[in-house]
Design a protein around this ligand. Structure first.
Ligand code: AVI
Length: 306
């Protein structure tokens, strides 16, 4: 629950807010703008890797596969893959937002009328959402998980999520998953502290959301966006820094901020190819291959359930 999570996070020594709350309607729109920024190389690099290697990827997946996409959103990234695959058995997007998912389903059906498309509304980390997909049994299933979404889980939770995915699949099924690679901290920090300040607005919007939904009085001008690369933890951390000592009221309670104190709002973990292969392996997926860009900024991994 939003209020409980907010009070719990802001009651910790290092104040935190769960990053899933960054994505209300305004946050989701700001994130779409981030994806188009010159500084945010992830989205366009991933798109280029897909388009340069789509034939190869479809060949690797083989004929008659069912594609399941957890957290599918508007289902835009999967379409070129569905078009390239040899006789795909069906497409099964899962997303928490029914409006976006059902609109996307209608679009895909219009463009690929011979494909079976069955949308499931719900949180893809919950086993009950996957029950509807149990009768996919006959033939190969491939999970499509692009966007470096896995990077927003800490490595331990990421391993658990991959393991959860692996237990939903059968031997020979596979995952096609995008990860941002470890790289120069200047490039990374520019991506999360962009010159157009869209990421700053995205980060601060979580406070506006708390004000709007939880009867709080955050003054957004008293917080600054900060994002930095932590080389030991191999992650970009996003924080909101309190610019002076002050108190905020949230649903009748007072939360005190010291000058310079931060709220940690997001981690975005970066992996080496070897590091991510290890995570896949420990979760029950045998890494088969990966595709990357020339600058080695981003990788799309293909791994099979052993
Ligand atoms: C959604 N996710 C993969 C983004 C990332 O790069 O970690 C979220 C984001 N946060 C700030 N900019 C983008």
């Amino acid at each position: 629950m939003f209020l409980r999570d907010v009070l719990e996070g802001l009651g910790k020594q290092q104040k935190t807010l769960p990053c899933k709350y960054l994505y209300d309607e305004i946050g989701s729109r700001l994130f779409e703008r981030i994806c188009e920024l010159d500084d945010y190389y992830l989205t366009r690099t991933e798109a280029a890797i897909f388009s340069d290697n789509m034939v190869d990827m479809a060949r690797q997946i083989g004929p008659g596969a069912a594609i399941v996409e957890p957290g599918a959103g508007n289902c835009e990234k999967v379409q070129p893959l569905l078009e390239q695959l040899d006789s795909p058995r069906g497409y099964y997007p899962i997303d928490i937002s029914p409006e976006i998912l059902l609109a996307a389903r209608a679009r895909i059906i219009a463009q690929l009328p011979d494909l079976e498309v069955q949308a499931s509304v719900g949180d893809f980390t919950r086993p009950e959402v996957w029950r509807e997909l149990d009768d996919l049994a006959a033939g190969k299933t491939v999970l499509f998980f692009p966007g470096s979404t896995i990077g927003n889980f800490d490595p331990c939770q990421a391993g658990e999520l991959l393991q959860f995915f692996a237990t939903r699949l059968r031997s020979g099924d596979a995952i096609l998953i995008g990860t941002d690679l470890v790289k120069d901290s200047v490039v990374l920090e520019r991506a999360y502290c962009d010159s157009e300040h869209v990421t700053a607005a995205f980060n601060k919007n979580i406070l506006a959301r708390i004000n709007g939904e939880l009867d709080a009085d955050f003054d957004l001008s008293l917080f600054a966006h900060r994002a930095f690369y932590h080389p030991l933890r191999q992650r970009v951390e996003m924080h909101l820094v309190s610019l002076k000592e002050h108190c905020v009221r949230i649903a009748g309670r007072q939360v005190r901020f010291a000058e310079g104190e931060t709220i940690h709002t997001e981690n975005s973990h970066k992996y080496s190819v070897t590091g991510f292969n290890r995570l896949l392996d420990e979760a029950g997926f045998a890494p088969i291959r990966h595709w990357s860009d020339l600058q080695q900024r981003y990788a799309i991994h293909y791994a099979q359930v052993a």
